[in-house]
Design a binder for this molecule. Sequence first.
Ligand SMILES: [Zn+2]
Length: 338
Amino acid sequence: MLSTAKFEKEIMEKAKSLEFSTFLLGVVLPTDFEEKLSEEERLAAKAGMKRSLGMRLETAWKKRGIRADFTDPDVKFTLDFYRKRLILSIKPLYIYGRYLKYSREIPQSKWPCRKCQGSGCDYCKGEGAMYSETVEGLLASPLLKATGAKATKMHAVGREDIDARMLGTGRPFVLELASPKKRKISLAKFEEEINRKNKGKMAANGLRFVEKDAIGKVKAAQPAKTYQLKVSCTRAITKSDFTKLLRLSGKLIHQKTPERVLHRRADLVRRRKILGLKAKQVDKNTLELTVKAQSGTYVKEFVTGDKGRTRPSVSEVLGCTCKPLELDVIDVDFELGG
Ligand SMILES: [Zn+2]
């Protein structure tokens, strides 16, 4: 019989610096041992080891409230007799929330350097990235520190352009923290800290723990979005222009892939609905537009017309050239629920 004593000691040692409520054991048998056994005997040997060691561990960790869990454990210890080592796998933490971005100079997540593709060069001052700060980085750094996680990954409901702010209700996301050593952290405290440290840059709200399935829901979402744009026109705006603009509300528009993204997207025609439109005059030549549009609408091109590639457009109905000066996303119509 194989001895689990060495593994048991190692597990007990590792568990001291780990925060978890549930665990599972796994066993990988060495080849020479396995060859002597039938399939049934193999399973029985593994089950026996797991049962007796599992019971001893549960007893040892009783005060910490730790118990075995066979479906979705926080931690899995695999006794690998074949490689002669203990393999530890820790379930990631998943945090749901919404972020706001007040800066027009911060991207959502890491944008590899266009010269070196991330390896670091003179152009990016060795950073490997075009921007040293990202929404993901600012959100994740205190959480990484507090949980001892190895890495983070952000899954968001779409993204805004770097020069667009994300205001209003914010953009929903799930932040995944890989291999956390601590899991019992107060998200309210982190929200407060993140928002205090990044005043004027970004903020987070509604942070809460969720399960892995939230990632799929966030990725599959195709919510309507509401934008606020400051638009300059090449001629003075008149009263009758507002009537023309309001007619765009509820319109189905046809958008050929914008010129600016043609190098990386297929050239095709998208049909998207403008769900709502409001217009306000800022000065003689400037408008403020609030546009609610179906998911996937290229809203900048809806304003410019993209040389006739988007029809109808604000430029087309006003019969002059209109350009967005500033763009903000003010609502992403999505709620995770649960
Ligand atoms: Zn570089």
